[in-house]
Design a protein around this ligand. Structure first.
Ligand code: SPD
Length: 337
C-alpha cells in the first residue's frame, strides 16, 4: 500500500512538470485526460514552486525510460517565436536550461559537453583564428573557444535572441562570455548564414538542439555542404550528433552525408550524466586534418579551468564501443594509437 501511494505521488509530480512544457507528452506519459488535465493546465507557475517537482526530458528511450531531474524553482518560462524556453533551478544539479522540453544543459555537467565540442577541433587545427559557433546561445561553447589565445574572431549565429537574453540573466557562468570583445553575435538562421560566407572560418562548431523544430536543417546534407564551403583549406567542422544509444538512425544518416563531403569524418563521445542515456557524441568533419594526427599538447596546457578535456580524453573519445562500430565502421581516428 505504502509503495503504491508513493509511486502515485511521484507520477503526479511528473505529470505536473510535464504540463509546464506545453503538455505535448502528458497523456502518453500519465494517461491523464479530460477535466483533470484541463484543471492542471490552468495552474499558475507559483503552484510549482512549493511542491518539489521533477522535470522530465521529452526524449523517451526505446523501452519507456526518460531522464528526470528534481527541481526546486522555475526561474524563467516563456515561448519565443521559435521554441519554448525554460530555466529551472534544480535540487542538486545547479540551473537547468530546457528548450522545447529537451534538456540543453545543467550547471553540474555542462563542462563535459562544452570542453569536448570545442577543444578537440581547436587543438587539432594549427592556427584557429576565426571560429563560427552555430546555435549555442547559452554561451558555453563561446566561453571555451575564447580560452584559446590564437582565436581573433568568434561569430555566434543563434536563431533565437530570447535564448541569449534568458541565459544572460540566469546562466551567467556561461553567458558572461558573450560580452567578450572578440565575439560578434548574429541572430539569424544558421543554415542561411553559413551559405553566405565562403572560405571564412578555420573552425565551425554546431552546438545545436535536437533535430526537431529550428534545429532540423542543421542535420541535413545542404547544410553540411555549405559548411564545407565556409571553411578554409584546413578547416574543421564539429557538430552535436546525439546519443549512440538513442539516435542510431540520426547518426547513421548524418555520418553518411558527411563521409560523402569531407576527407575525414570521425564520431567521438563525451559523458554528460544529465542527458538521456548519459552520453552524447560529436561528428568531426575535416577537409584534411586528422583528429588524432597532431593534438597540440603544448597549447592544451595553457587552457585554464579545464575539468574534462585532456589530450588523453581527446584520444579516448574516438574509441567507440563494438555495437557502434557496426554502424560507424570507418571512424576516422579510431584505428590509430
Ligand atoms: N538532447 C540534448 C542535446 C543538446 C545539445 N545542445 C546543448 C546546448 C548546450 N550549449
Amino acid at each position: 500500500m505504502i509503495a503504491a501511494r508513493l509511486t502515485l505521488r511521484k507520477l503526479s509530480h511528473i505529470f505536473l512538470v510535464v504540463k509546464i512544457f506545453g503538455g505535448k507528452k502528458e497523456t502518453k506519459t500519465m494517461g491523464g485526460k479530460g477535466k483533470r488535465s484541463q484543471d492542471l493546465i490552468r495552474m499558475e507557475k507559483e503552484n510549482y514552486r512549493t511542491t518539489g517537482l521533477w522535470f522530465q526530458d521529452s526524449i523517451e528511450f526505446g523501452h519507456g525510460c526518460t531522464m528526470s531531474i528534481k527541481i526546486k524553482d522555475v526561474l524563467y518560462h516563456g515561448r519565443s517565436r521559435f521554441q519554448e524556453i525554460a530555466v529551472l533551478d534544480t535540487e542538486k544539479m545547479g540551473r537547468l536550461l530546457v528548450l522545447d522540453g529537451f534538456i540543453m544543459l545543467t550547471e553540474y555537467d555542462e563542462f563535459a559537453y562544452h570542453e569536448m565540442i570545442c577543444h578537440v577541433p581547436l587543438l587539432v587545427h594549427p592556427k584557429p583564428s576565426r571560429v563560427l559557433v552555430i546555435g549555442g546561445g547559452d554561451g558555453g561553447t563561446v566561453r571555451e573557444v575564447l580560452k584559446h589565445p590564437e582565436v581573433d574572431t568568434v561569430h555566434l549565429c543563434e536563431i533565437d535572441e530570447e535564448v541569449v537574453t534568458a541565459c544572460r540573466r540566469y546562466l551567467p557562468s556561461l553567458a558572461s562570455s558573450l560580452d567578450d570583445p572578440r565575439l560578434k553575435i548574429f541572430y539569424e538562421d544558421g543554415a542561411g548564414f553559413v551559405a553566405d560566407r565562403p572560405e571564412s572560418y578555420e573552425i565551425i562548431i554546431v552546438d545545436s538542439t535536437d533535430p526537431l523544430g529550428p534545429g532540423q536543417v542543421l542535420f541535413q546534407k545542404p547544410f553540411y555542404a555549405d559548411m564545407k564551403k565556409a571553411l578554409t583549406d584546413q578547416g574543421i567542422a564539429v557538430t552535436q550528433c546525439e546519443s549512440l544509444y538513442l539516435h542510431r538512425h540520426i547518426i547513421e544518416s548524418v555520418y553518411a552525408v558527411a563521409r560523402k563531403l569531407y576527407h575525414r569524418v570521425g564520431y567521438y563521445l563525451t559523458l554528460v550524466p544529465t542527458y538521456p542515456s548519459g552520453t552524447i557524441g560529436f561528428l568531426f568533419c575535416s577537409k584534411n586534418l586528422d583528429p588524432l594526427g597532431e593534438i597540440n599538447e603544448k597549447r592544451s596546457t595553457r587552457l585554464h579551468n579545464l575539468r574534462y578535456y585532456s589530450p588523453e580524453m581527446h584520444r579516448a573519445a574516438f574509441c567507440l564501443p563494438r555495437f557502434a562500430r557496426e554502424f560507424l565502421p570507418i571512424n576516422e581516428g579510431s584505428q590509430k594509437k
